[in-house]
Design a protein around this ligand. Structure first.
Ligand SMILES: Cc1cc2nc3c(=O)[nH]c(=O)nc-3n(C[C@H](O)[C@H](O)[C@H](O)COP(=O)(O)O)c2cc1C
Length: 385
């Protein structure tokens, strides 16, 4: 059981072995910030505007508390879920993060993350923006299903090519991110005049794509500047509901829309044949002036009915995971915290982060008398203020 990580750490301590990385996510974050170059710190840690939405995503969890139940046999817990006809050992996944490649010390963070998925059973949602192309990432998943996150280019043939390649590579679902067809106003990056993709980072999926390459006057190797300019031109399509039938027609794989927070949008997406809803504020990186994502989750869950609801934004602890599940999320996305583990110790660092989060969630379920996720979903939550 995931809580066994606790005993493992204490037993190691008897041999004088202390955990290599901090257990407290706030300390882990601090160490990652110290380890990264300034441009990576601002890109990963920063958000839109004065970062109020980003901060509210985290503090929203403080305003809800779980009421424990006693005299329940919590000695065996089951954290597994079923989603899109597949069984997953845990209710968490790694959210798509576009600069993973350059967050790691070896410059191949996407591969390191895929290997962490294989080791933990926690699926990775691989971003369109990666240092290594998707064809190299998927083999690292082992038996664990992976998902491809599509930033929809405004050149439909490139979009179609990406989806075809994702299917051929072996991804098990396509996540289309809706809130990022244009970059939000990010003062930290602007102050450094630094946007990694415009410096040619994390564009491997574009540069290896036959349709993208066919749009260039000269091979990328001869003229990378024109290739980056083309990327900036085609990166984002301002999708509307009129595009949904086209998106749906691209694949028979489960189609999940990311960034949906309004119940009416949930209903519209499901009416259009979408398989899953992904409630997210993009970690407060895209739009400021919103509310904590957790506060929008109940409305999304209610509108989604029996459709799976994936959730991210602000999850920092195992307790946060349990709260999001109690509010009806089917699966909970871990974002920035796994990049901190990646920064400090590659695959092993991510594995450590995921094990800490799962151990805390598992032990909380044991102690609060919620041995199954059905119990968690029936749990009583009280608004603290
Ligand atoms: C550095 C960074 C890059 C991201 N890149 C992507 C991306 O490529 N695609 C995407 O859909 N979301 C992306 N996101 C958003 C995450 O998938 C997720 O919604 C967000 O990290 C959740 O917020 P949290 O990390 O504060 O919990 C990115 C987030 C960060 C921090």
């Amino acid at each position: 059981m995931y809580g066994d990580y606790e005993l493992e750490i204490y037993l190691d301590g008897l041999r004088g072995v202390l955990p290599k990385l901090p257990i407290d996510m706030r300390l882990l974050e601090k160490k990652a910030i110290e380890a990264w170059p300034d441009e990576i710190v601002s890109y990963v840690q920063g958000g839109c505007g004065d970062e109020r939405t980003q901060n509210l995503n985290v503090s929203a969890f403080e305003r809800w508390g779980l009421v424990p139940r006693m005299m329940v046999d919590g000695s065996k817990r089951d954290l597994s879920i079923e989603m899109f006809g597949k069984k997953f050992p845990t209710p968490i996944f790694m959210a798509p993060i576009g600069v993973l490649g350059i967050c790691s010390q070896d410059g191949h963070g996407d591969l390191a993350t895929a290997r962490a998925a294989a080791k933990t059973g926690v699926p990775m949602v691989a971003s369109t923006l990666s240092v290594d192309p998707i064809e190299k990432i998927v083999p690292e998943f082992g038996e664990v299903p992976g998902f491809f996150q599509l930033y929809t280019p405004n050149d439909r043939e490139i979009a179609e090519s990406f989806v075809r390649r994702a299917e051929a590579a072996g991804f098990q679902g396509i996540v289309v991110t809706l809130d990022t067809w244009i970059a939000g106003w990010r003062p930290r990056d602007l102050a450094k005049s630094s946007f990694p993709q415009l410096r040619g980072h994390c564009l491997a999926n574009y540069f290896t794509d036959p349709v993208f390459r066919s749009r260039l006057p000269k091979p990328i190797e001869e003229d990378p500047v024109t290739a980056v300019r083309l990327w900036a031109k085609i990166f984002g399509a301002a999708l509307t509901w009129a595009d949904l039938p086209w998106l749906r027609s691209l694949t028979k794989l489960p189609l999940i829309l990311k960034g949906i927070c309004h119940p009416d949008d949930v209903r519209r997406a499901l009416d259009g044949g979408v398989d899953g809803i992904y409630c997210s504020t993009h970690g407060g990186r895209q739009a400021n002036g919103g509310v904590g994502c957790l506060d929008m989750l109940p409305g999304v869950v209610e509108a989604a009915g029996s459709a799976p609801v994936l959730f991210d934004s602000g999850v920092r602890t195992g307790t946060d995971i349990v709260k999001a599940l109690a509010m009806g999320a089917t699966a909970v996305g871990i974002g920035r915290p796994y990049t901190w583990g990646l920064a400090l110790d590659g695959t092993a660092g991510i594995v450590h982060v995921l094990r800490c989060l799962l151990a805390e969630a598992d032990l909380l379920m044991a102690i609060d008398g919620y041995p199954t996720l059905a119990d968690v979903r029936a749990a009583k939550l009280i608004k603290v203020c």
